[in-house]
Design a protein around this ligand. Structure first.
Ligand SMILES: [Zn+2]
Ligand SMILES: [Zn+2]
Ligand SMILES: [Zn+2]
Length: 137
């Protein structure tokens, strides 16, 4: 896994402290991070800057939205390094009902679906709910 600095350089982004701090949190976290969690961890960063940083990362293919069926938007690192403006993964997201954590399940892909004529797919999200490995112990 590349370091925060390497990821910013590869994507042609300026290395600001906020960008490095945000990216570090994602690199260290094994689960998807909610906006609120990031705000909490980066108390000295204002909300707008954080919001913009996440948006830039999402556009650059560094992080993606981990939809988990809850109202909270969460983000997770793109393991494979997605191209700009195009997230090509369709892996499942596991939402633990016990601890509330959401994890990317790279091993499981959303199924390919056939739709009636006239429909166009922009994304398929597979959400799995249950208890994570930590909570099952
Ligand atoms: Zn992606
Ligand atoms: Zn859990
Ligand atoms: Zn994911």
């Amino acid at each position: 896994m590349a370091s925060a600095i390497e990821i910013l350089e590869k994507n042609g982004l300026r290395k600001t402290n906020v960008r490095l701090e945000v990216l570090d949190l994602f690199l260290k976290s094994e689960t998807a991070l909610a906006h609120q969690q990031l705000e909490h961890a980066l108390a000295d960063v204002d909300r707008i800057t954080l919001y913009r940083t996440l948006k830039t990362y999402e556009q650059k293919g560094i992080i993606h939205r981990a939809l988990d069926g809850t109202q909270t938007s969460k983000f997770a690192l793109c393991e494979s390094g997605c191209p700009e403006h195009e997230h090509h993964h369709s892996h499942a997201h596991f939402h633990c009902e016990a601890c509330g954590k959401t994890t990317c399940i790279e091993e499981v892909d959303a199924p390919k679906v056939g739709l009636p004529d006239g429909y166009k797919i922009s994304g398929i999200h597979l959400v799995i709910q249950g208890e994570c490995a930590d909570c099952c112990q």
